[in-house]
Design a protein around this ligand. Structure first.
Ligand SMILES: C[S@@+](CC[C@H](N)C(=O)[O-])C[C@H]1O[C@@H](n2cnc3c(N)ncnc32)[C@H](O)[C@@H]1O
Length: 364
């Protein structure tokens, strides 16, 4: 994730949005006639854990906890007390002893933040997030608009995808959520890439004019926001994605996309399939030996028998399936394998993508 500040970069940027001006003023350094953002962000994580770092404490695959390292503090888990002091100076990914066992202390990637963050809303998870990043064609330098910010799960992943010189403008009309997520972006060292604003994009739009490479909408009524998205997006080649749990919402969004000159409209339902890792014992047949014992000629003879003709008693052993015994040709092996559980995979929502095509180009 874009946490701990390890690199400082100066990057040229435009200043497209009024409501973010106060943020930009703080960060802008005027050098000669050119304006620069003074960005602090991590590109490569620090190897060693320092005081103030966010760390993901990994007990097992279902028990992961985010903690901020503070001198003399203690984190309690089923493996006893973990002293923060014991983490300081250790490499991310190290094993650290507790009073009743040990834990891993992991670097907080966006994926780990998504599974450990405090929920204020429903959030997006890795399967959908990876499709969104791919389909929106995000890369370093992309300008992205997002609404609503919610718990910031997607925002962290978007920030990493567009770093170090992209900008994510993210909006939510819930004031308290905006405040909390803004503090998190600050604490995680990504506030220079992520600009969060308190705003109802359904009635006020984004306040951006033809600057965004991509717009992402995760709110109940994306169709109301789509006309505003057109204004925010670059006039050609830009992409939009809406996330909706219900197919009726998808229908209304697709109608609005079509009406607003979006093309290549595609809806995808991303289902996550979980595999259990189990130890399985299986029989392995040695086909080479089998062929010697039970030649194709023997098989042909059996096949040639008329249905009503009784086969001669065979000298070969017949196993319970009616085929010659494979006992001596078989061995059993036990190995680890991935087995899909019988449960139906859960539905999260539908992702609808589309491209904005400049109408002039489209008409030609
Ligand atoms: C499901 S959450 C988004 C979760 C987010 N994608 C994540 O991964 O954490 C939806 C958010 O949209 C916000 N919202 C709904 N309608 C809105 C609107 N018209 N303008 C701005 N925000 C809105 C809600 O306050 C809520 O926080």
């Amino acid at each position: 994730m874009l946490l701990n500040v390890s690199k400082r970069r100066r990057l040229r940027s435009s200043s497209p949005l009024r409501i973010f001006e106060h943020l930009e003023e703080e960060q802008m350094h005027v050098k000669g006639e050119a304006s620069y953002h003074h960005l602090s962000l991590i590109v490569i994580c620090n190897d060693l854990i320092e005081e103030g770092d966010l760390v993901i404490v990994y007990l097992d695959v279902r028990h992961l906890y985010p903690i901020t390292i503070k001198r003399d503090e203690v984190f309690q888990s089923k493996y006893g007390a973990l002293k923060h002091n014991d983490c300081i100076g250790k490499k991310f990914g190290s094993v650290v002893s507790c009073t009743k066992g040990w834990v891993y202390v992991l670097f907080p990637t966006p994926e780990l933040w998504t599974v450990t963050l405090p929920h204020r809303t429903q959030i997006l998870y890795a399967a959908d997030i990876s499709l969104i990043a791919l389909q929106l064609d995000l890369k370093p330098g992309s300008i992205v608009c997002e609404a609503g910010t919610g718990s910031g799960s997607l925002s962290h992943a978007l920030a990493r995808a567009i770093a170090p010189n992209g900008i994510l403008y993210t909006f939510d009309f819930h004031e308290r959520r905006v405040k909390v997520v803004q503090d998190e972006f600050e604490a995680h060292g990504i506030s220079s890439i992520v600009k969060v604003a308190h705003r109802d994009v359904g009635s006020e739009g984004f306040g951006l004019d033809q600057v965004a490479d991509a717009v992402f909408l995760d709110l109940p009524n994306p169709w109301d926001v789509i006309p505003f998205a057109v204004k925010a997006l670059k006039p050609s080649g830009s992409r939009i994605c809406t996330f909706s749990p219900c197919i009726e919402q998808v229908q209304r969004s697709v109608e609005a996309l079509d009406k607003n000159d979006f093309r290549d409209i595609v809806t995808v339902e991303c289902l996550q399939r979980i595999y259990d890792v189990k130890r399985l014992t299986q029989t392995v047949i040695n086909f080479d030996d089998l062929e010697n014992d039970y030649s194709l000629e023997d098989r042909a003879k059996e096949d040639d028998l008329d249905d009503d003709e009784d086969p001669q008693p065979s000298t070969k052993k017949i196993d319970k399936n009616g085929s010659p015994s494979m006992q001596k040709n078989c061995e059993t092996v036990t190995h680890w394998t991935a087995v899909p559980p019988l449960q139906t995979p859960g539905h999260t929502g539908y992702l609808t993508y589309a491209s904005l095509v400049c109408q002039k180009i489209f008409d030609e």
